[in-house]
Design a protein around this ligand. Structure first.
Ligand SMILES: [Zn+2]
Length: 162
């Protein structure tokens, strides 16, 4: 995705309503210029970004941007299903629209050493896990499930350092 230049005031001149985004459930969401900008910046980080990464990027475009600006924008994106917060490593990642697909929660493996993430969408893995949660009276979060797990490359380097 291309990033828009710093001239966000030009946004109003565009005719194709760039601030309308579809949530994962298909509802249209209007984004303010700042939320749109944070959303676009987040696309630069396919494997997730910390809020302060986004703040630094945003400050390059809007020098007076403050941490609450970024947090509020991220909260909005998360609340509307456009982004997801990976709680165990405090990172944010874009949620992609899987049009037509059933929105089954994804299982996300998060490495505590390198913060690398890997999504598992294998229903044979997910379905029993989700059923077990439901059997315990839990309602799985539509944002997905996180599991902390040392990734193969960290495991290798940790193992070889011993
Ligand atoms: Zn790792």
């Amino acid at each position: 995705m291309k990033l828009r230049s710093a001239t966000t005031h030009r946004e109003t001149e565009n005719t194709h309503a760039p601030t309308q985004r579809k949530t994962r459930r298909g509802a249209a969401v209007s984004l303010t210029a700042t939320r749109q900008l944070v959303f676009e910046l987040l696309h630069k980080y396919p494997s997730g970004a910390k809020a302060y990464d986004l703040l630094n990027d945003l400050r390059a475009l809007k020098p007076n941007a403050s941490p609450p600006t970024v947090y509020r924008a991220l909260d909005f994106l998360v609340a509307n299903g456009l982004a997801r917060k990976i709680h165990c490593i405090s990172m944010f990642i874009v949620c992609h629209n899987d049009e037509g697909k059933q929105s089954i929660p994804k299982l996300l493996l998060v490495c505590p050493h390198c913060a690398g993430m890997r999504a598992i969408e294998d229903n044979q893995v997910l379905a029993p896990l989700i059923n077990a949660l439901i059997a315990q009276g839990y309602r799985p979060d539509h944002q997905g499930l996180e599991i902390g797990a040392v990734c193969p490359s960290c495991d290798k380097s940790l193992f070889s350092a011993r």
